[in-house]
Structure formats: structure tokens, C-alpha cells
Design a protein around this ligand. Structure first.
Ligand SMILES: Cc1ncc(COP(=O)(O)O)c(C=O)c1O
Length: 494
């Protein structure tokens, strides 16, 4: 049997495909040999079931094996080269692109949410952090405002963004205690682009970037793709452990610290004032940048959220990113970035290189929503609906989750962070869940490196109330089986 190399640039799935196809091509594996079951091979290699399922799928696509319903996966009978395959099924073409290694480890997780295992349609998504907004949550005059401004379609706008939107944002930020100059604001296509731009501008091979552990999975891929050295610092219920960050600084100071002080994704933690001060002190002392991702502060269930880190930053250390996707307009894909000095200038240059500016029409839409007199009432309504969903999710967990499973009670945001006993692998659990049409985010996606498997994130934002209860009940039944199941030794092959 072979082993996989976790530190290789070749994705695990592709390594498995190569090893097995080589054995078939050289005759080591004779035709009609049955391959190990997905579970057995996953156990043997210490990889997730999804990895093996995908590898077997690729082997099938490339014509090496066939799956026989209810029996297993078998090496295909070799067809003589001169004889075309006589089959009603069109022959699969060799897809060379699958051999290209990528640098997006999260992409595999993403595919799990968009494709489903064994063609079971995904009906109950608890993976997406997206509110189920109805048209009634939008101002009615949105459409006319666009029609009345055709220049939005006929011109390029400034790279920094629509001046009127930026002026409006400056006003809003000031009201919220964040003293900002209009010049310091620029607009990006979502918080995701802001993270990407900051990383591309300031991170290169060998630079240290500190992330919270666990963290937002979408940021991890961006940092890794720059070749940066991603260092994880744990958080607790006060936020990032600044005492541990200090120790890291003594070894090698980070160039960038990525933090989500308000309703951290995935844990929902709000960073305490004391930690905020300590973090700013560290950034000042060690001359690092802080990337403050504020995607969820609108979505509080009643607790006051301290002002952003940026409000206490007088040295230009904080790049503040305010996403508009969460309780606002997910489809508009916009965010505002606040940065000062040459950092701001370099980021705007990077935005220009990236796409020459965000679409004016969506900027106008967001501006309209910001000036809408009913906005605060609308946001309150959305936050209330989310609080009700959170409560439903917590009650359902309390009734149905097996002993040994714990979770947090977030005071805002969209998700609950669930912790299972150490022996449970939530990558494996996800495959089982997807067979039942349910999805969630396995905790491993939120850690840099593949060593933490016993958490999962449930998003309560997307499903209707009754669907949410049904999905969590079914998930609890699966968790019960997993908790009671045999301890599955994890065998990382490093
Ligand atoms: C913490 C965090 N930052 C950024 C993003 C990306 O947000 P946007 O839709 O604004 O690009 C997400 C999306 O879920 C997120 O959770």
C-alpha cells in the first residue's frame, strides 16, 4: 500500500489517483480487482472520506475503474488499444487539467458544498453564511434610482469608488465613533477582495501572517496563495490570545495580523476592550499591519459591540474592512476599506491593477440602501429574525445533541461553533450528512494545517425555521452515531 505526502504540492486526491492508476497501468492491480472501500482506504491513509470519494470519481472518469452499484469499485477490464470501447456511454476524455496542482486547499471544501456526494441533492445548507433575505428587506425605490442615473452604465468611475458613496460612508463611520477622512475610504468587491488585495500587496514568501485559530477559511487560502508563513494563534472567549501573540513576536514578528474582533467567524467571539488595546500596542511596538475584518458587527442580538480597532489606531496600523454582504446586500458584493498613508495608496493601486474599480451601478445601490430612512429598522428586523433562528438552533441542539458535544451561544453573527469528542472526524461526518442532503462547514477548513478535525460550524442564517430544526435534528442523529462509533485513529502521514 502507498502513503500520501501531506506536505506535497500535489493535492491528496490527485496523489491517490496517480498511485492507483499507476498500479493499474503496470498490471499490479489486475482487472476486476476490487478496490478497498472508501472508508477503509480513508482510514488507511488518514485522509477524509471526501478525498477518497473524489479520487475514485476521477479514476472512474479516466476509465480506470468502474463503480458497481451496491458492490464496490473494481478495476476495469482493459480494452485492447486498437479496439474502441463498445459502450452506449460516451468515452470520457482524459482531463489533463485535473493534473494541475493548485494552491487552494479550501477549494476542495467548497466543492463539497456545491457538488453532492452520490448525487444526493443538497437541500439543507448549514454551510452558507448568507441570510435568507426577502425583497421586503430592500427599499422600494432602488430600481428607479438606477434608471434615473444612466451614467452609471456609460462611464468608468474612480478606482476608489463612487465619491457620493464614500462621503456617505465617512459620515456613517464618524457617527459610529470611527473618525475617518473620505480620502481614506475605498470600495472593493466584497470583503473577500479586500483581503485579497491586502495580502497581494503586503505578503510574499516567508512573510509571517498571524491568524486566529480557528479563522475564516476564505482568508486562509488567500494568505497561503501568497506563499506567506501562516501562524495560528488560538482565541478564547475574549478574542485573540495576545499573550501568545507576544511570544510569536519574540520569535518573529508578523507583517500582518488578520483578526475579526466583532462576532468572529467561526466562533462568534467579540474581542474584549483589553485585548483590543493589547493588540494595538503589539502592532505599534512591532510595526505590523492589522487587517480588521468587520463583516458581522451589524448583526448583533442585543449586546453592544465595542468600536472597531481602527477607532483606537493613531499610527495607521489598522486596515479596516467593512463588508456589506451580511445583513445588507449580499448580491451587490461590496465592501469599504479604510486605510491611511502610503498603505492606503498602495492598496488603491492594487485595486486598480485588480479590476480598475467596482461597478458603479452596485455602488449606487448600496448608497441608496445607506441613505434609506428605514435602514436601521430593516437591519433590526433581520437581526431579530436571526436571533430567533439562533435560539431555535440552540434549543434543537440542547434537545437532540448527544452527550460529549458542546457548542457556544453567539451574541451575533450567523453561526454556532460545535465541538465534538476528539475521536470524531467532522470531515467524515460531512460525507454522511451530505448523503442526507445536509451540509455544514467542517472545522478543519478553519485551521491552517489539517490537524483539528472535531469541530463543525452550523450556520443558522440560510434555512427557514422548520428546515433548520429538521437539519439540526438529523445532524444530531449522525453526531450520536459518530460519538458512539469506535474511536477512529487518525494517521497523519507526514
Ligand atoms: C469573516 C468574513 N470575511 C469576509 C467574507 C467575505 O465576505 P464578502 O461577501 O463581503 O466578500 C466572509 C464571508 O462569509 C466572512 O465570513
Amino acid at each position: 500500500m502507498f502513503e500520501v505526502r501531506r506536505k506535497s504540492d500535489v493535492p491528496l486526491t490527485e496523489q491517490i489517483v496517480r498511485e492507483i492508476s499507476e498500479r493499474i497501468q503496470t498490471g499490479m492491480l489486475a482487472s476486476q480487482t476490487q478496490l478497498p472501500s472508501v472508508r477503509a482506504l480513508a482510514d488507511r491513509l488518514g485522509v477524509s472520506l471526501v478525498t477518497v470519494v473524489q479520487a475514485y470519481r476521477l479514476l472512474e472518469q479516466r476509465g480506470f475503474v468502474e463503480r458497481i452499484q451496491g458492490k464496490g469499485t473494481y478495476v476495469r477490464t482493459r480494452t485492447p488499444p486498437h479496439e474502441p470501447i463498445q459502450s452506449a456511454v460516451p468515452q470520457q476524455r482524459f482531463d489533463w487539467q485535473l493534473l494541475l496542482a493548485d494552491y487552494l486547499p479550501r477549494a476542495a471544501v467548497f466543492r463539497q458544498h456545491t457538488e453532492s456526494v452520490d448525487e444526493t441533492p443538497l437541500k439543507l445548507s448549514m454551510a452558507a453564511l448568507c441570510p435568507s433575505l426577502s425583497a421586503s428587506s430592500l427599499p422600494v425605490n432602488l430600481y428607479t434610482s438606477i434608471v434615473e442615473t444612466p451614467a452609471m452604465l456609460t462611464e468608468y468611475g474612480p478606482v476608489e469608488g463612487l465619491p457620493s458613496l464614500r462621503a456617505r460612508l465617512a459620515l456613517e463611520f464618524r457617527e459610529a465613533g470611527l473618525s475617518v477622512d473620505v480620502e481614506e475610504i475605498f470600495i472593493t468587491n466584497g470583503a473577500q477582495q479586500a483581503i485579497d488585495i491586502v495580502a497581494r500587496t503586503f505578503l510574499g514568501p516567508g512573510d509571517v501572517v498571524v491568524v486566529e485559530a480557528p479563522t475564516y477559511a476564505g482568508a486562509l487560502d488567500v494568505f497561503r496563495a501568497c506563499g506567506a508563513n501562516v501562524v495560528s494563534i488560538p482565541l478564547d472567549n475574549q478574542g485573540l490570545r495576545t499573550d501568545l501573540l507576544l511570544k510569536q513576536c519574540d520569535i518573529k514578528a508578523p507583517k500582518l495580523i488578520y483578526s475579526m474582533p466583532a462576532f468572529q467567524n467561526p466562533t462568534g467571539v467579540v474581542m474584549s476592550q483589553q485585548r483590543r488595546r493589547a493588540l494595538l500596542d503589539i502592532a505599534t511596538s512591532y510595526q505590523c499591519l492589522i487587517l480588521e475584518d468587520d463583516s458581522f458587527s451589524d448583526c448583533s442580538f442585543g449586546v453592544p459591540v465595542p468600536p472597531p480597532l481602527r477607532a483606537g489606531d493613531d499610527g495607521g496600523h489598522v486596515v479596516y474592512v467593512r463588508g456589506f454582504s451580511k445583513v445588507f446586500l449580499p448580491g451587490c458584493r461590496l465592501a469599504a476599506v479604510v486605510a491611511s498613508g502610503s498603505v492606503r495608496n498602495r492598496l488603491v493601486a492594487a485595486k486598480s491593477v485588480s479590476d480598475l474599480g467596482s461597478p458603479l451601478i452596485t455602488q449606487r445601490l448600496v448608497e441608496h440602501c445607506l441613505v434609506d430612512s428605514q435602514r436601521h429598522r430593516r437591519i433590526e428586523t433581520i437581526a431579530n429574525a436571526l436571533r430567533i433562528k439562533r435560539d431555535l438552533a440552540l434549543q434543537t441542539l440542547a434537545h437532540h445533541a448527544p452527550a460529549g458535544v458542546t457548542w457556544n451561544c453567539p451574541e451575533g453573527g450567523y453561526s454556532i461553533w460545535v465541538t465534538l469528542p476528539d475521536h470524531v472526524n467532522t470531515d467524515v461526518l460531512l460525507v454522511e450528512a451530505m448523503r442526507k442532503g445536509i451540509s455544514f462547514l467542517p472545522g478543519s477548513a478553519c485551521y491552517n494545517g489539517d490537524l483539528v478535525y472535531h469541530h463543525l460550524r452550523i450556520s443558522f442564517s440560510y434555512l427557514e425555521d422548520d428546515e433548520l430544526v429538521r437539519a439540526i435534528r438529523e445532524l444530531c442523529a449522525l453526531m450520536r452515531e459518530a460519538v458512539m462509533g469506535q474511536s477512529r485513529p487518525f494517521m497523519p502521514v507526514i
